[in-house]
Design a protein around this ligand. Sequence first.
Ligand code: FMN
Length: 405
Amino acid sequence: MDCLDNYRWKLGNHELVPLVIGGMGVDISTMELALEAARLGGVGHISDAMACLVSDRRFGTRYSLSKFKRYRQESDRSRYRFDPGELREAQLRHVRAAIDRKVGPGLIFLNVMEKLSMLDAVETLKVRLTAALDGGIDGLTLSAGLHHKSLKLIEDHPRFRQVKLGIIVSSLRALEIFLRAAQRSQRLPDYVVVEGPLAGGHLGFGEDWAQYRLESIVDEILAYLREHELPIAVIPAGGIFTGTDATRFLQTGAAAVQVATRFTVTRECGLPAAVKQAYFRASEEEVVVNSASPTGYLMRMLSTSPCLDSKVEPKCRLHGYMLDRSGDCAYVRAWEATPKGQSVPGKMCLCHHFSRHQCYTCGHFAYRLKDTTRPDDQGGYQLLSAEHVFLDYQHSREHRICLPP
Ligand SMILES: Cc1cc2nc3c(=O)[nH]c(=O)nc-3n(C[C@H](O)[C@H](O)[C@H](O)COP(=O)(O)O)c2cc1C
């Protein structure tokens, strides 16, 4: 029987185990998780979502407080700004800390969400991308957006042609839009993550998401790349729960797979211990797709997520990662339209709830996580090591999942 370990992803000079741990913001895919993936020869992601807050928590910086103080008295949200110098420092510190500690043959990539508009979408994205390149990141995975301007922002950087570049898409159409932009910078992406409708986090599909199949989108994109002789690695993602699920994609031409949900219950994952237990306990009925995120994208999460009964006042002076240039955000609008003290119908404050891990986003198969471990002696489930889950994907055959000792 075939297994993932029979394959390698050849990416430039690297021969990688074809397993990528996807980016999970806010610091859910921690550097500790990414470092394990790299040590074991695969690819791990850190995420730059809420970079200033993550730096404050990890490194004791005070960027959020400094921003809050600047805007304490300011009532006009369109005047809030992220200090580009502080944003750069936060990003650089995080990336450097991960890259400096990296050992082993694998790589560390950064997940960069375009939808984090941060009051000045273009400028803040440029700062984040440039700082990541300066910090020595191995690869940039562009996510949550079409990124038709992103490459232009960094095309003059000395590492632009050396860093590995990829984008997450959910359709051939989105890939074509990006490729047209990439042509203008004469820089093809090295890889494309094709994220299907069963993934965790935001979805690149509308309400009809259930009608799509990852396998069909991957086949369509593989055929397109072959027809146009484009040497871009294809990496399916979303609902790949066993090594055998992964191997099937490798057999039909994918270069690697990206996974996330199975790593949410590892010790290295940044979720609090109680939230990891909530993931373990989840039933199939509790895994829902809704439009609570103010990004405009649908998101998959557990219906037990505390964010779903949100009445919090928007914390934009402190955070404000979702605000556009005019100081607007779908949650702020919904909150202002809701009588005080009542739950804001259908929307959550992404910054507030993600900063507190109160949005339990997960892939469709989160309800199977309990089958990947054993009960502990406190009535819960044993956490796993990232190494255990990684090696299980790499060596498992016939959908068998290896339980911890
Ligand atoms: C907890 C969690 C948070 C996520 N956050 C992000 C994110 O910030 N950016 C992103 O591009 N994808 C995000 N994703 C999607 C994953 O990177 C990945 O592509 C997808 O979940 C793979 O499907 P799987 O979870 O079924 O393995 C997240 C997924 C999970 C489970």
